[in-house]
Write a protein that binds this ligand. Sequence first.
Ligand code: ATP
Ligand code: PRP
Ligand code: MG
Length: 214
Amino acid sequence: MITLALSKGRIFDETLPLLAAAGIEVLEDPEKSRKLILPTNRADVRVVLVRASDVPTYVQFGGADMGVAGNDVLIEHGGHGLYQPLDLQIAKCHVSVAVQDGFDYAYAVRQGARLRVATKYTAIARDFFAQKGVHVDLVKLYGSMELAPLIGMADAIVDLVSTGNTLRANHLVEVERIMEISSQLVVNQAALRLKQAQLRPLIDVFAKASVKPE
Ligand code: ATP
Ligand code: PRP
Ligand code: MG
């Protein structure tokens, strides 16, 4: 049996075509079913639904043989015990620093001001500001980061940006782009050795299917 860990929403939706390329069809819709283990048309393949940030942990501890996770989540997790053979080129966005429209970020940085930064990406934010030599107090949040500057809880946020609609809707502006994000295939290192015969062909099909023409 091969177990694939996915999160509901964009990662599930954008992984479906890759599975289809391998002839795998998930037999239940996660938006309708309350099931956490979803069967597929292949008796030896199943999908487990977990929180996006838990995908690396499930794969690391062998709860799943493989999974799909953004490199944002992988950096925060650390990647221990994971083989990352493939950038799937799905769920693309970037991690940015954003501030309230009108806040002079460049000036604050030049002045050596201590910035309060709200984020769920504490590892990424800590590294980024340390490299810039900017002192920050990080406030760990689990969501709705965009709210923090609006109510005076932070000077800046570090969050994902795709279209920029969420920032615009909340009168925030992007002031620095930290890194590009896309989802990666992650494989349990022991599973890759023990289940090579089943996993390798899948990885190869995903590799071909994830190449997008420019
Ligand atoms: P949870 O709801 O459990 O807190 P989440 O918000 O991280 O999880 P998703 O929104 O499905 O779950 O995000 C999963 C991954 O998709 C992220 O880790 C990131 O790599 C990518 N992603 C998130 N937001 C966007 C976006 N707006 N556009 C493109 N990719 C995104
Ligand atoms: C993600 C992310 C940003 C938003 C950015 O939220 O956390 O808030 O997308 O995308 P945009 O630039 O296209 O607006 P998501 O839609 O996943 O909602 P969530 O708060 O439930 O995670
Ligand atoms: Mg989200």
